[in-house]
Structures are given as structure tokens and as C-alpha cells.
Design a protein around this ligand. Sequence first.
Ligand code: ADP
Length: 197
Amino acid sequence: MSQSKNEVVIFLGPPGAGKGTQAERLAAEHHLVKISTGDILRDHVERGTELGQQIKPMLDAGQLVPDDILIALIRDRLADMEGVRVIFDGFPRTRAQAEALDVLLEEMGAPVNHVPLLEVPGQLLIERIVARGRQAAARGEAVRSDDTEEVARRRQDVFREQTQPLIDYYGARGHLKRVDGVGSMDEVYARILDGMR
Ligand code: ADP
């Protein structure tokens, strides 16, 4: 990976593909800031902010939060950065978000560098998400309200309809790298790094 001041990585992939875990490690090992929109939105819900109250029903239903809300959140996050060394996890999820991000990044002189796409077969995604919910419950941890089988399936549908088009969007710009997301965390991580060389 480049040692330049700016580095922008976008993790693409369906819910349950392991974006969050892989992005966390990449961020820690390469001095990048991970921006996870799911985490930011869930934090608003937990704190009961005005935004949190507005978006809770959408998260619970596995639907996307409106683009203008997400774009404003990301604009704020990027605003006070000097060098832009970031990994986006869960953003952009629609074409409108991708276009808005391109404009923001262009203004900052920090174009997108890498877009790993984590590929995992559909049935395995649902199994992983349901298992994640069960494990959290067994450990006495908070279970994500959208980690039920029904909502997990809806999130996959939303991915196919709204986010899948971004594969072509970034593919056409030459940034996309397909990564086999089946295997151990270490194996998948090694493949991601390979793709960014
Ligand atoms: P997953 O990838 O497992 O579905 P995330 O934590 O990325 O989980 O997102 C959880 C939920 O937060 C989504 O189902 C959606 O409601 C909302 N969300 C997160 N990121 C976005 C985004 N970029 N645009 C719209 N909604 C989002």
C-alpha cells in the first residue's frame, strides 16, 4: 500500500461478508481511520439522539437510511481531516452516495485508491449473521436488532438492489478487486492485501 499522505479504501460486499472485521485490522495495521456508517448510526440509536430516533425503524427493518443523512454524516467526518487516510465500511451503499463521495474526495484531493469486494455465497451470509446474533446472546452481549434471519434476508435483497450497481461503478474506474471471502479471517485478510499491491 502507498505511504503517501492520502489513502482511501472502500470495502464493498454484502451484509455478513466480514467487511467490518477486515476493515478494523487493515485500519490498525496501516494507520488508517475506519469509518463504519453502521456503527455510527447504531451509536445514534443507542444514545437516543434525534437522528437515532428517526432512523431506528429503518435499521430494525433492514432498510437503508436516506442518502442525504449519510452524505451529511460523511461530510462532517471528513471535514476536519488533514490527510485523508480512511477505510469506508458500509459506505457508499447507493449510486447517489458514491457520486457524492467522489465530489467530497475530489475537493480534498484524495481520490479513491482501492475497492476490495468481499465475495461470499448467499446462504453462508445468512448463516454467519444468524450465528453472530446467537453468539452475542450466549455471551450476554447486545444482539443487533437486525441480526435475525428475516431481516438478514431483507438486507441481502437491499444489497442486491441498491449496492450491487456500485460493483460496476468502481469496476469501470479500475479500482475494484474481487476477493474470495470464504476462509479464515487470516486467509481473507491476506487476499485483501494481495489485491492492493
Ligand atoms: P451490514 O453490512 O451487516 O448490513 P451495517 O452495520 O453496515 O451492517 O449497516 C446496518 C444498517 O445501517 C443498514 O441495514 C442500514 O439500515 C444502515 N446503514 C449503514 N450504512 C448505510 C448507508 N451507507 N446508507 C444507508 N443506510 C446505511
